[in-house]
Design a protein around this ligand. Structure first.
Ligand code: TYD
Ligand code: MG
Length: 456
């Protein structure tokens, strides 16, 4: 007979305690401790016994054979790229995102495309009935004889079905709805999520099935359930975007099989998600040329350069402390650049409110966008528009110097592709690479020089 043990677990961080507490000592959150029952001795039997079947052996590293990673590609190139070049059999991928952002839509599309490559795909929906999923599939114009839909939340039955059907790919939508029948706590609780993920991991690794799991996101933006979940899986992707915009960004935050700073850009259309092959175009689509406070920068997103508009609005503070607000960029960096402009260029910004925004809802966090931010701020402050065909690239140091950036050639090429004619770059970056035709390259050494060039 299995023994039961009750404990209290923080639903936010996974902290365990033998007694209930109002405030979690682990993360400081209130009212997050929930009673959960752990079953000892059952379900885990044999997991430590040496006679375990399918047990792996320690091998000398030179004796390990590696085949070329047999990645399976979908038709969505953006999706393949974020995964590092395609889906790896036997991997466990977690996709997180706000409700309604399009996770189920994306995975249903991916499932059907994988099914079209003669692979068997099992789509398990814990949130919608088989009929509802079918309706969605009809809307997405998805149908493939090797795509199976299964509405179930009991992990034991799911395991059984996977064994019977032996699919190549499995989608579990979502991890918060499935439950392990041997654990009495509610679906979505920390123990359930953890055990179910561990079980799915085992299935993925032993049977060589690639499993995608959908995870809901809490209001703070983390995948519900403890951080632990992210440690367990091979790849963590976030699907983000603003509800009011049709663009969606798929971002890798952890990837055991590829780079983590890749993004994939999609557009939600009436009949599903469509990939956006030229993101720079869409990010610059609504740019109003000739207004002050707007500049364009070529930022690297993973391995590809993307042109984005940086907007600034500087206006006198009406009362109290000046406000500094930034969307898509770190506001501390904005404060730092404003201090540099004040001290090194002599712009009187201390009584000014500053609002900064990266148009299109992308987040930028690389130093090469500094100079564009500084020029946007100065442009709005002086109410002097920059030239619409200028692209500005450079990192700014505390003494007001403009520092070298990486991959300058790719950035300038992207600017040339989209019809920009002049690019301001750090002067240390000049030379040693081919300047695309039709581009006037201007090297700048300081922020002051950059402002002079931008406004002449
Ligand atoms: P969904 O995939 O259900 O989101 P999630 O699984 O992340 O909760 O996406 C739902 C939203 O997408 C819904 O608001 C409607 C919209 N949508 C479209 O615009 N076009 C489509 O073809 C589909 C299927 C959904
Ligand atoms: Mg869904």
């Amino acid at each position: 007979m299995a023994k039961k043990k009750t404990k209290f677990m923080c639903q936010n961080c996974g902290y365990e305690s033998p007694k209930w507490m109002g405030r979690c000592p682990g993360c400081g959150e209130w009212n997050q401790m929930v009673e959960e029952v752990e079953i000892i001795g059952k379900g885990r039997k044999g997991s430590l016994s040496p006679s375990d079947e399918g047990r792996s052996k320690a091998e000398p590293i030179n004796a390990i054979q590696t085949e070329n990673e047999p990645r399976v590609e979908t038709k969505l190139k953006e999706f393949n790229r974020v995964l590092g070049g395609g889906v790896i059999p036997g991997s466990l991928v977690l996709i997180g995102g706000d409700p309604g952002i399009g996770k189920s839509t994306l995975l249903l599309q991916v499932s059907s495309q994988l099914a079209d490559t003669d692979k068997k795909v099992l789509y398990i929906s814990g949130e919608e009935s088989v009929k509802q999923t079918k309706l969605r599939a009809e809307r997405l114009n998805v149908s493939s004889p090797s795509l199976y839909i299964y509405a179930e939340t009991n992990l034991e039955l799911i395991h059984q079905t996977i064994s019977d059907l032996s699919p190549d790919f499995v989608v579990v939508d979502s991890i918060q709805t499935v439950y392990h029948p041997e654990i009495t706590s509610a679906p979505g609780s920390v123990s359930q999520v953890r055990e179910c993920t561990a079980e799915l991991m085992k299935i993925a690794k032993t049977k060589g099935i690639a499993i995608f799991i959908v995870g809901h996101v809490t209001k703070e933006g983390a995948i519900a359930g403890p951080r632990l979940l992210e440690h367990m899986v091979d790849t963590v992707l976030y699907f983000e975007g603003e509800r009011h915009h049709t663009y969606r960004i798929l971002r890798a935050v952890k990837n055991r099989f590829g780079s983590t700073n890749e993004i994939g850009i999609f557009e939600m259309k009436e009949f599903g998600l469509d990939e956006v092959e030229n993101p720079s175009e869409i990010f610059l689509e609504e740019r109003s040329k000739g207004s002050s406070g707007s500049t364009v920068v070529a930022s690297m997103e993973g391995t590809r350069p993307v042109l984005v508009e940086i907007q600034a609005l500087i206006s006198p503070t009406s009362y109290g402390n000046p406000r500094r607000m930034a969307t898509g960029i770190d506001h501390n960096r904005v404060s730092l650049l404003m201090a540099v402009l004040e001290k090194r260029v002599g712009l009187l910004l201390q009584n000014q409110d500053a609002y900064l925004k990266v148009a299109g809802g992308v987040k930028l966090d690389e130093p090469a966008i500094d100079l564009a931010i500084a020029v946007s701020i100065a442009s709005s402050f002086r109410d002097h528009p920059t030239r619409p065909a200028d692209c500005i690239i450079g990192e700014v140091g505390l003494t007001g110097e403009v520092r070298r950036v990486s991959r300058i050639e790719q950035r300038v090429q992207e600017a040339a592709k989209l019809g920009f004619t002049r690019v301001l770059v750090p002067d240390k970056n000049i030379g040693g690479w081919k300047v695309p035709e039709g581009i006037e390259l201007i090297g700048v050494a300081t922020v002051e020089e950059a402002l002079r060039q931008a406004f002449n």
